[in-house]
Design a protein around this ligand. Sequence first.
Ligand code: NAP
Length: 485
Amino acid sequence: MKRIDLNALNGAFIGGRWTPTADDRRFAVTNPADGSHLADVADCGADEARAAIEAASAAQAGWAARPAADRGAMLRRWRDLLVEHVDTLADILTAENGKPLAEARGEILYGASYLEWFAEEAKRLYGDIIPSASGHNRILVIKQPIGVCAVITPWNFPNAMLMRKAAAALAAGCTLVAKPAEDTPLSALAVAALAAEAGVPDGVFNIVPSSRPAEVGAELTGNDRVRKISFTGSTGVGRKLIEQSAAGIKRLSMELGGNAPFIVFADADLDAAVDGAIAAKFRNAGQTCVCANRIFVERSVMADFSARLSEKVKVLSVAQGHESGAQIGPLINKAALEKVERLVADARGAGAKVKVGGHRHEAGDLFYAPTVLEGVTAEMDVAREEIFGPVAALMAFDSEDEVIALANDTPYGLAAYVYTRDLGRAWRAGEALEYGMVGINEGIISSSAAPFGGIKQSGFGREGSHYGLDDYVSVKYMLMGGLGA
Ligand code: NAP
């Protein structure tokens, strides 16, 4: 197996070259599991962001002009390299993010699956011919790349959030400048090294790591050469980027925060619901945008469900991500840990009962014990805010109408989950839930074949599936005349 040299991943990746900042400014990347130092990475500002935009802009026409099959073949080679280097990439991901190695491997393969998917979709960017009213002409519709895209990604899936944007953008013929999260830039730089190896031309894929997100964000949103911003992160930052993009009327995709309801009806297969809740709640230590945030359980089965869930939560293995068998790693940083502590303290103070956990974990400074809270109510902060930690908040309900109303009573609308064996109820709930995605008797819903995205304040735009390319193309209409006698 080839190794990616961590020491080489210290520059920005601009125009196909590893580039220091003009003043050689750097920031440190550390391992959240033990605080150890991993690397010092170029700390880009507006100047480097502008240079990356210029490189992407210079590469744009050539990349768009390539046959779609060529672009697809390159994405396919890139995908193969990710798979070939899965162990190294997972190692880097676990080191900078903290998630267990098995989850990190899964994320790399998940990220690679977007390259595979869009390598194929590139060839299917079909247009349309529409009969016109006159008969002397035809309406032609073609799809063209939007142009230079700027993408901003979060730390919780440092590989996959970048790959699912980059794969679609490059397949459509767009070039790209990415700003990864400050906590996890190494995964992005590592895939840049592999893009170059796959033959992706200089300037098509650029990475500007930074500890100055507002400065880089201002350049990306303010620069007229950037035609689209695609953001995954919190609703607050998304709102700011939308405002900043207004002056330049840029195309936007926003994958924002969530507050997912996970609804268990009394007729559900309770074992399947418990397993689904474990997967939807505790993956990545509860730090995913689609994590079950409010677990609604019909009152008649609450005691049973809570007991079964608690048994499984108690035995989750909390350990550094590189340790074998680890299931729950650290939270990403101190602020994240303190937020979880605050939410649990608030819930306790308002009457919720801690069934399991409810405290920090001795595995390290940033670890929180997997927790089950009973008696949570809709007014508590833990039910209103995105928890982003390993805390299952259980709430009882009595009727279908009541739980749908409770589930929809949030500004967010990303993912929801329903467990029931009643087909009619599954359809009714699936349609009534105001969310972009609904898992029915499934706790893991994301796949490259499916359109991922939210509604309401969880954002707009879709990633993955054949809908995913639409976010990176403009529809052009041409009227072909002179056909009639
Ligand atoms: P965040 O604070 O919004 O950060 C996301 C990205 O935005 C990071 O790269 C961050 O850089 C950057 N950023 C911060 N302030 C900025 C500014 N003023 N201008 C430009 N960029 C800026 O979110 P996070 O805490 O990293 O991630 C967790 C959030 O992401 C949660 O709300 C989660 O639900 C959401 N999320 C959504 C999806 C989805 O598909 N809907 C997927 C994953 C995560 P720094 O790292 O340097 O701060």
